[in-house]
Design a protein around this ligand. Structure first.
Ligand SMILES: NC(=O)c1ccc[n+]([C@@H]2O[C@H](COP(=O)([O-])OP(=O)(O)OC[C@H]3O[C@@H](n4cnc5c(N)ncnc54)[C@H](OP(=O)(O)O)[C@@H]3O)[C@@H](O)[C@H]2O)c1
Length: 249
C-alpha cells in the first residue's frame, strides 16, 4: 500500500524534518507537528515552494499535553482529508547517570519518548480503526536493544519500551487492518546527536533519513537503519553482558 497522507510528530527538526522533505519529494501530503511552530512554518514554506502540488498542514503540539494529542491529530486529519500513515517520531535525548539525584532529566525522557508515545499510539489507532486501515510507524532506536552505563540509561529504557509496544501491536494486528513498523535508527546527524556525548558510527542526516524512509515505505514489522553496520551490531547488543555495553553509551 502506498501511503499518501502522512502525519509526522517532532517534524520541526532532525529526522522528522528530514522525513518530511523526503516524503514531500515523493509527492505525499503531509501533516507536521511539534512545539516550535516557527520551524514548521519555515519547513512548510520551503516544501511548498519546491512541491506546490502537495497539501501541507502544520500544527503546534507538545506530545506531553496528553489531551491535545488526539485533538491535534484529528484537526490535521481533517485538514488533509484523511491520514493513512502516522510516524511517532517526537523524542528527546536528555538524561543523567542513575543515582546522581537528577531524576527530572530521566523522567522527562521516559515521559516524552514512552508515555507520550503511548498517547500518540492510542490517538493513531483511533483514527486507523475508524478508517479501517493505516500504517503506524514507531521511531525507536538501536539503543532500545540494550542498557548502557551513563547518561543514556533512561533513553535506552524509553526506546526498549517503545519497541516492546510495537511488538505487542504487531501481535494485536497480525491479521490487519493496521500495519505496524518499528524503526530502530543508529546514530544520524540531528539536533539531538549534536548535543550527545557519543555518536559512534554516525551518518549524515540525508543518508540516515534515506535509509529510514526506504524502510518505512517497505512497511516491515521492524527495521534497523542504516542496515550496515547496525543490523549485526544490534544482534551483538542483545547478547552482550551489561559490563561490556559501554562502547554503545
Ligand atoms: N538522531 C539519531 O541518531 C537517532 C537515533 C535513534 C533514534 N532517534 C529518534 O528519532 C527521533 C527524532 O530524533 P532527532 O534525532 O531528529 O532529534 P531532534 O533533532 O532533537 O528532533 C526532535 C524532534 O522532536 C520534537 N519534540 C521533542 N519534544 C517534543 C514534545 N514534547 N512535543 C512535541 N515534539 C517534541 C522536536 O520538536 P520541538 O522541539 O519543536 O517540539 C523535534 O522536532 C527521536 O524519537 C529520537 O529518539 C534518533
Amino acid at each position: 500500500m502506498t501511503c499518501r497522507k502522512i502525519l509526522i510528530t517532532g517534524a520541526s527538526a532532525g529526522l522528522g524534518a528530514g522525513m518530511a522533505r523526503s516524503f514531500a519529494a515523493k509527492g505525499r501530503d503531509l501533516a507536521l507537528c511539534a512545539r516550535r511552530t516557527d520551524r514548521l512554518d519555515e519547513l512548510k514554506a520551503e516544501l511548498w515552494q519546491r512541491y506546490p502540488n502537495i497539501k501541507i498542514a502544520v500544527a503546534a503540539l507538545d506530545v506531553n499535553d496528553h489531551e491535545q494529542v488526539p485533538k491535534v491529530f484529528a484537526d490535521l486529519r481533517g485538514e488533509l482529508g484523511g491520514v493513512d500513515r502516522i510516524i511517532v517520531n517526537a523524542g528527546i535525548g536528555k538524561g543523567a547517570v542513575l543515582g546522581s539525584g537528577k531524576l527530572s532529566a530521566n523522567k522527562a525522557t521516559i515521559e516524552t519518548n514512552l508515555v507520550a508515545a503511548l498517547v500518540q499510539i492510542e490517538s493513531a489507532l483511533e483514527i486507523f480503526t475508524k478508517a479501517g486501515a493505516g500504517h503506524l510507524v514507531l521511531i525507536s532506536s538501536v539503543l532500545g536493544n540494550t542498557g548502557v552505563p551513563g547518561v543514556k540509561a533512561a533513553y535506552c529504557a524509553s526506546k526498549a519500551g517503545l519497541r516492546s509496544l510495537g511488538e505487542s501491536l504487531r501481535a494485536e494486528y497480525a491479521k490487519g487492518p493496521i500495519k505496524v513498523t518499528v524503526i530502530e535508527p543508529g546514530y544520524i546527524e540531528s539536533e539531538m546527536t549534536a548535543k550527545s556525548t557519543s555518536t559512534m558510527l554516525m551518518v549524515d542526516n540525508e543518508t540516515g533519513v534515506k535509509a529510514m524512509v526506504a524502510a518505512i515505505e517497505r512497511e516491515p514489522g521492524r527495521a534497523v537503519v542504516p542496515r550496515w553496520p547496525w543490523a549485526p551490531l544490534v544482534q551483538l547488543m542483545r547478547v552482550l553482558p551489561p559490563q561490556l555495553t559501554k562502547p554503545f553509551a
